[in-house]
Design a protein around this ligand. Structure first.
Ligand SMILES: [Mg+2]
Length: 346
C-alpha cells in the first residue's frame, strides 16, 4: 500500500505516477473496503463489529534500502517491523499481527537470518504485535517483505484525505536525523570514526538504524482532532505533497519552523551536509505529519509533551491551492517535492 521513494524504483516513470496508474486499473473498492490503495494503510471491515481492520506491507531490498556490509541484521529486522507499525500508527490504529516473506541469497549465513528474526521479535515485543508466519525463498538479492495488520475503532481511522483549508500542519519530534545517520554510515573511514566518537554522531546513526514508530502519539493526535495524518517516510516535502493531493488542497510551510534535528548542525560542521535539506527531503524519520484545526494545536502539543515528552512543531497552514515555502526572510517560494538544490544555498 505504501510506496517507497521514487529513487527506490529506478523506473523511467516516477513512483507516484506508477501508483496512480495502478490505482486506475484496480477496480473500485470491493465490498467492505473503506480505504484502498493510496493511504498509509488500507482500512477494511472484518475486525469485530466495533473495529476496522488495517492492512499494510513494506519491503526492504538489499542494494536499494540497505547494504548488508553496513547494517547489522538485528537492526534491519527491527526496522522492517517498525516501518510497518509506523504506517498502521499513522491511521491511528494499533498493530496486531505480522507476516514476513524473506528472499535470501545462497551466501547468507543461518546466523544472519537468526539475528534478523531476533530484531523482528524484539520490535514485535516493543509494539505488542505477534509474528504469525511468512515465507522463504531463494533470490537474487536479500528482500525482507513484512505485512502488518492492525485495528482501529470503526470509522475512526485518520486518513490523508481529511485536511481542511485553515488547518495547521504539525510534525512530531525532529526531522533529518535518519538521513544524517546515513551520511555518517557512508562517510569515508576517518570521518565515520570521528563522527561515531561523538554523542551526536551516535545519535544520528541510531536514528537511522532504530527508527521509532509514534504509536501513542498518533492516538493522541487523533483524540486531539487530527483531520489528516500520515507518517513521514520519504521526507516532509514529498509526504506533505502526497497528503495535499489526497485532500485536494495546498500548503504553506514556514521553513524557520521545520524541526531540524539539532545533531545535524554538528554534522554539517564536519561533513558537507545541509541540515534543512536533510530535514525536508531526507526521509525515514517515521515522525507523524498531521493537520489540526488551529484551536487544537495547543492541547495536542500539551498532550504529547506530557504523555511522551515529544515536541509538536506547527510548521504551516493548509491553503486552498499551491505548495509554498516561506523562507526565514519572509519570501515565498514554490515548495518542490523534489529538486532541493534551491535549499542548498547558505
Ligand atoms: Mg506511510
Amino acid at each position: 500500500v505504501e510506496p517507497a521513494g521514487p529513487s527506490h524504483l529506478g523506473f523511467p516513470l516516477g513512483e507516484d505516477q506508477l501508483v496512480a496508474a495502478i490505482r486506475k486499473v484496480l477496480s473500485a473498492n470491493g465490498p467492505g473496503v473503506a480505504v484502498g490503495i493510496g493511504d498509509d494503510a488500507a482500512v477494511v471491515k472484518g475486525g469485530t463489529v466495533l473495529t476496522d481492520l488495517v492492512l499494510t506491507t513494506d519491503m526492504l531490498v538489499e542494494g536499494v534500502h540497505f547494504d548488508r556490509a553496513l547494517s547489522a541484521p538485528r537492526d534491519l529486522g527491527h526496522k522492517a517491523i517498525v516501518v510497518n507499525v509506523s504506517d498502521v500508527a499513522a491511521m491511528a490504529a494499533s498493530a496486531r499481527y505480522a507476516l514476513v516473506s524473506l528472499a535470501l541469497t545462497p551466501e547468507v549465513e543461518p546466523a544472519w537470518v537468526m539475528e534478523l528474526y531476533g530484531g523482528m521479535l524484539t520490535a514485535c515485543d516493543e509494539y505488542a504485535l505477534s509474528l504469525v508466519g511468512g515465507d522463504l525463498s531463494r533470490g537474487g538479492q536479500v528482500v525482507i517483505g513484512v505485512t502488518v495488520t492492525g485495528e482501529v475503532e470503526r470509522g475512526r481511522g485518520v486518513l490523508r484525505s481529511g485536511a481542511q483549508v485553515g488547518d495547521r500542519i504539525v510534525v512530531t519530534g525532529f526531522l533529518g536525523a535518519s538521513a544524517g545517520g546515513l551520511v555518517v554510515a557512508r562517510a569515508p573511514g576517518a570521518a565515520r570514526v570521528a563522527a561515531l566518537s561523538t554523542e551526536w554522531g551516535r545519535e544520528l546513526l541510531r536514528a537511522h538504524e532504530r527508527p521509532v514508530a509514534r504509536v501513542g502519539e498518533a492516538r493522541s493526535l487523533a483524540q486531539a482532532g487530527a483531520t489528516a495524518m500520515m507518517d513521514i517516510s520519504d521526507g516532509l516535502a514529498k509526504d506533505l505533497s502526497r497528503l495535499c493531493k489526497e485532500s485536494r488542497i495546498g500548503a504553506r510551510v514556514e521553513l524557520a519552523e521545520v524541526p531540524v534535528a539539532p545533531q545535524l548542525e554538528e554534522l554539517a560542521r564536519v561533513i558537507r551536509a545541509n541540515p534543512l535539506t536533510l530535514a525536508l527531503t531526507g526521509g525515514e524519520d517515521y515522525e507523524l505529519l498531521a493537520t489540526l484545526g488551529p484551536q487544537s494545536v495547543a492541547p495536542a502539543r500539551a498532550a504529547l509533551a506530557e504523555r511522551f515528552g515529544v515536541p509538536l512543531a506547527d510548521v504551516g497552514e493548509i491553503i486552498e491551492e499551491g505548495f509554498l515555502a516561506v523562507e526565514p526572510s519572509g519570501t515565498e517560494v514554490p515548495l518542490e517535492p523534489k529538486g532541493w538544490d534551491h535549499f542548498e544555498r547558505g
